[in-house]
Design a binder for this molecule. Sequence first.
Ligand SMILES: Cc1ncc(C[n+]2csc(CCOP(=O)(O)OP(=O)(O)O)c2C)c(N)n1
Ligand SMILES: [Mg+2]
Length: 893
Amino acid sequence: MVTEPAIHSLEIEELDEISEWIESFDAVVKGGKRQLASRILEELRSRALATGVRVPFTANTPFLNSIHVSQQAAFPGDQELERKIKSLVRWNALAMVVRANRVEHNIGGHISTYASAATLFEVGFNHFLRARSEEFEGDTVYFQGHAAPGIYARAFLEGRLSAQKLENFRREMKPKGGLSSYPHPWLMPDFWEYPSVSMGLSPIMAIYQARFNRYLEDRGLKPRTDAKVWAFLGDGETDEPEALGAITLASREHLDNLIFVVNCNLQRLDGPVRGNGNIIQELEAAFRGAGWNVIKVIFGSDWDPLFEQDVDGLLTKRLGEMVDGEYQKSVVESGAYVREHVFGPDPRLLKMVEHIPDDRLRALRQGGHDPKKVYAAYKAAVEHKGSPTVILARTIKGYGLGEAAEGRNVTHQQKKVDEDALRHFGERFGLAIREDQIAEVPFYRPPEDSPEIRYLRACREKLGGYVPRRRVRSKPLVGHRKELFEEFLAGSEGREVSTTMAFVAMLRKMLRDPEIGKLVVPIVPDEARTFGMESLFRLVGIYSSQGQLYEPVDINTLLYYKEAKDGQILEEGITEAGSMSSFIAAGSAYATHGINTIPFFIFYSMFGLQRVSDLIWAAADTRCRGFLLGGTAGRTTLAGEGLQHQDGNSHVLALPIPTLQAYDPAFAYEVAVIIEDGIDRMYNKCESIFYYITVMNEPYAMPPMPAGSREGILKGMYRCTPAGHPQSKLRAQLFGSGAILREVLRAQEILAEKYDVAADVWSVTSYKALYSDGIEAERWNLLHPGETPRVPYLSQCLAEAPGVLVAATDYLKALPNLVSRWMPRRLAALGTDGFGRSESRASLRDFFEVDARFITLATLHELQREGKIQASVVQQAIRDLDIDAEKADPLTT
Ligand SMILES: Cc1ncc(C[n+]2csc(CCOP(=O)(O)OP(=O)(O)O)c2C)c(N)n1
Ligand SMILES: [Mg+2]
């Protein structure tokens, strides 16, 4: 049995031994051999592992600034002038929001986010963020969306935005124009480059942008530069799965052109991000674990002397054990409270701060509010090589906005500031605003020749101009590509192919084209084989910044898995969000880089608009160009896969995205016409639109293109097969799309042979195009009552068309019903509302009631309604067509 004194002496012995080790280590560090010190630790670690000693795992470093004051780069700017400029930006940002809400209650806006991030942005603007110019491509910056007032206020000081514009913040309809609430390139195409306000999207877009920049360099499309991609994020934002979901890609690809700055004000909208935890340490572990360079900027320079005294690490330990809720509380409490609660638990800590009066103790600065610390962090980040960097900067939400706002849980939505607080703000930041004017919160810009404006301009000049600024730098393509697509107009001469196969053949041709070949960017999320695209692996290679470090298992086959540094395919793995981010980078390169890259993102259609629709919305806002291909499309065309995979939704989900042109083609020639025209519209005529095209995996003989159908294919419908005997008394117009068009064609035959009904068949390539055209015409007519009304294209098509109207689609019935009001008569719509099933195509089409039998039945039923045939004929048809009238309703089963 071990007696107490024995334990005691053993502990003392252990402590002595530990002290000796620490002393030796300190001696190495003090001797200036920091690198050696780090090496020793590494060696010890390996030794421990080799000898079976368990080494405690931690992904964290102590709760301290990552850059020790002794290694901090010197601040090169005029700190006093920069403080004045920052104060002016702060004031004008505040004024924008407060004034806007005085005029129009509820117009909204945020002041606390920028108030916390001002130093993070200003150090960037004065020293780091480089503009795009003729000589240099510039940095790409994703601005934290809710900090927009600060970015506008700075542009105002730079003389780029007028006071009038600021006055009309969030009032974009005002006669002289206003400013959009958040970064929206669609609304401010000369200013914002990337939308960032849907939280979590800008970090993933930034990662893939940084990777795409490397891709362009590795493929020789742009010169290699040291341009950076900066993303300014909120700490709350990092809870979005997209925000951290792709961080390992960034380290795997060694993206040292990427810098995240996370504004760790410890708060989000409702309250603390991690009241019971420590968001900075949590993020550090996540990013370090993923292989990022992490720079924590927690404490301002005021703290340096305290840490200097903290030889035994007591203070570091104490600060590291406090949870964020306590930190937030210490922001809103008095200096005495801080003394008692932060330093109080240990008399040695209290002694450390006894010389600091209460008011100064409370005001000890956070790292993110100290330009020196922020500068040093940014400098280390831009100089860091080999991995991406994240800067975790601690700040106070609502910094400087007074007691009612700073650090409070309500601060995020604070829009009004009372007169006292304004006065306090003015004094605190030393603003030269007249006492009697302060209550009006006027915008204020010092004269052009003031030291502030001169300084700010000089800084920007050094960095190549102003940021943010969006400018389209690409030149339109000149060539036409008729011959590329010609072969697909002739049909497949009986050979059975799917529209997917036809598309892949087109892609292969485009990749070989001398003008556009190098610009094509095929993007796949681990689905290339599904779409029969594996032949492209060998043809153009899969992009890998490392080339191919291994011999692929299929090297002896013709179509082996070829990775190459100049590979053209972006094989993203199973990430539709990542692939979509690549699509956005490639689809906006015409502006970002002045390069007309043409992305073709091919995905499982159910995992597109349904899964990553918000990124598709962001692509539209970004003014993206390119093609989204929804493969294995249709609810009944994809056999076997079942409920999760069968897409009958995406064409409905495509409706709300204004610049998205959605097509559901049935034949190879339709796909060819749509893509050829798309390239022409986007890259020759420079329209900022993009395409969603569904392609199927059902093989069938592709017919040649009927003469004169090109315009109709593009406008949304054309008569592809007229009735064989139009003189018949019973007439119908049948509408089909995608793979269901063939069911409609079969119904046309049954109707003619068995029921003497002559039906014309129309291919509806785009319900969305018909719908947009219809509502445009209606709107014009509403506003021009005295003039000849415009007739929607659909109505023009059907003006002379006789008979009953029946539509069938592999998507929701809502699609045909959407346009029925521009048809001359009532429409019967068949569609696939309900959950999918794993089954064969024939069974699925029976289940969803969209096959030739149901189309025939629906046509006969419409004729009966019109009094053209007897109910008994329809009843007999149900028997003849072998339809179970009592079958379950697919909508509810
Ligand atoms: C996807 C998404 N969800 C919710 C919001 C609404 N929202 C706007 S700001 C905000 C809180 C932001 O907190 P944080 O990221 O910490 O930024 P901070 O303002 O604190 O700097 C929320 C929830 C949004 N803009 N986007
Ligand atoms: Mg926050």
